[in-house]
Design a protein around this ligand. Sequence first.
Ligand code: ADP
Ligand code: MG
Length: 701
Amino acid sequence: MPSIQLDTPIEFVKGVGPQRAEFLRVELGIHTAGDLLEHIPFRYEDRSQFVDVAAIQSDATSIQLQGVITQVNEVPTKRGKRIVAQFEDATGRLELVWFKGGRWIVSQLPVHQQVVIFGKPAKFGGKWNIAHPEVERLEAFQGRQGLGLQPVYSSTEKLSNRGLSSAGIARLIRTVLGQNEFTIPETLPAELLAELRMPSRDEAFRTVHSPPDPATADRARNRLKFEELLYLQLLLVRKKQIATTDQPGVRFGAVGDRFNTFYANHLPFELTGAQKRVMREIRADTNTGWHMNRLLQGDVGSGKTVVSLLTALLAIDNGYQACVMAPTEILANQHFLGFKELLAEMDVRVELLTGSVKKADRVPILEGLANGEVHILVGTHALIEPGVKFKALGLAVIDEQHRFGVQQRAKLWAKSTPPPHVLVMTATPIPRTLAMTAYGDLDVSIIDELPPGRKPIRTVHRTDGARLRVLQFVEEEIARGRQVYVVFPLIEESATLDHKDLMDGYESLSRRFPLPKYRLSIVHGRMPAEDKDLEMRRFASGEAHILVATTVIEVGVNVPNASVMIIESAERFGLSQLHQLRGRVGRGAEQSYCILMTKDELGKEAALRMETMCRTNDGFEIAEVDLELRGPGDLMGTQQSGVPDLKMADLMRDREVLSAARYIASRVLEEDPELAKPEHAILNRELKRVAAGRPDWSRIS
Ligand code: ADP
Ligand code: MG
């Protein structure tokens, strides 16, 4: 039996020892030999080609040469010394240079022997040299298996200083894989591997660390990524089954009077095709007797609210209550007023519960909830507090999900037995791949159509040089009766400076648009709630022409007459935030505009964000770019992001592998929910092992 197994602690791998082991654990999270093998190369170098010194032409890529080191010198410099070695082959000579490493390098360099060197050439004083090349004796080079692609591993400075740069790590991996009779146990069913034409686990690991060519490397890597994603998806799909088909739910069997009356007489518009489709999905879900757990995605202004209202009516018609939870008081208020208005002529009691509802006013609301007289409760976090008890909660709607943690969803769930159907609404479009993992236990509905008659918002990017013209444009829009938002960033870390920017901006706008002809409102986080309310109302009623604000207005505020959104220092906002802010305009029939103001010089990423915003209004497209720029953790907010850590796969780049994993996981569990069939024994065993080894995965959703 080989002495090293996958679960052998890393320090026992030959060439590691306790000290390096500690660094491997801390720097790369490598605890065992198995972890080491999972540290797969991030790229490969083609080491099958040699270049002659005389034929070196460009410094674009690393090259490989074969020849002899004839001499090594230490050359003193101002800051210590550098090592210079003379290298020559049959066609010419060049210098190898080290700026660090000193005596150790000198002692390691094989002089007057055939060597292979690899590195990036540079031209200095008309002569080629290579700084910090890899040097290996020709014999050792030839002794290695596979001279095709050489793996390049990520390492850290601390590890490199202890001989574990990429080449050092490669050596350790060769030690483990090269043991006699060492095989890596299989973790996927043989039939599945055959069906998907994937290599065995053993072969995949060997190939990925030493591939003959790029295509084979890809296939091996995809097998390993697939495996990781498959087990993740098995966990998620299983969870979803437990939450839905294993979980008896309240049944909205009938479409009743309230729903029909509202639909026929009070709905102020025709539903869009997408809204109708989503209603059908919800109808079907809530009529099965199982529990609905559905994510409703739709861009800002796509009309999610009315979908939640119709679903609430469905609940009420079937003898249940509904609650709608919003992330801010402003938004809860707005939903409450909107619901009241739409339901004005109907026998439906709607109440509002937020932190600012006084104790005395709470009593009748809580009573009404307990005896079933309150049909719909709209509110903030306040409505998940333990004191809030329903007679029969049948539906919980959560608006703008990304602001709520997973635990809060669970608290809502606990408000009733069987648990209420859950409809999560989000205006931050989430790329499909991310939804499949972050919300892997939810069904997803998408409203991908805006109500008719909306004109696409025109977005432009301007710098300070154009400010006068921008202000002129604002003046013209106000003259047309329109209103204007001007938003300033407010980032926690630089709150004081940002606040000053906001106040300065307000001042200069006040001078440019003076009383009595113009009126400005201002809203920011440091104001008392009443003042905020008052200022917001002045703008919503049309009394104020310009609203100067921080991002407090980001979520949900609805002023259809506002047609211009100016975002100051737009380079400091993320894409999803820019898109959310832009969504505050374009809500009426008028042509709307979004003006992104930035400084002149932008970094590459910021420029891409501005370019993306100007190019498209499509939230899903923007979300894809955002995911690419920021990665899943940041995109979802670092805390409780709900995005599991992945070792091999990447949610953005490996979309296809992810889809395949999702498909197979669903297929397997549909056919064999308990993974009890003999051909699934291996999946069952591995799923338990994987779940135990990855605590962050079990916290998902
Ligand atoms: P969001 O999806 O951002 O929550 P809302 O539900 O607030 O969007 O809807 C935005 C606006 O569009 C509201 O004023 C709403 O009344 C209106 N609306 C919703 N659906 C339709 C429709 N089918 N036809 C016309 N207007 C609609
Ligand atoms: Mg909304």
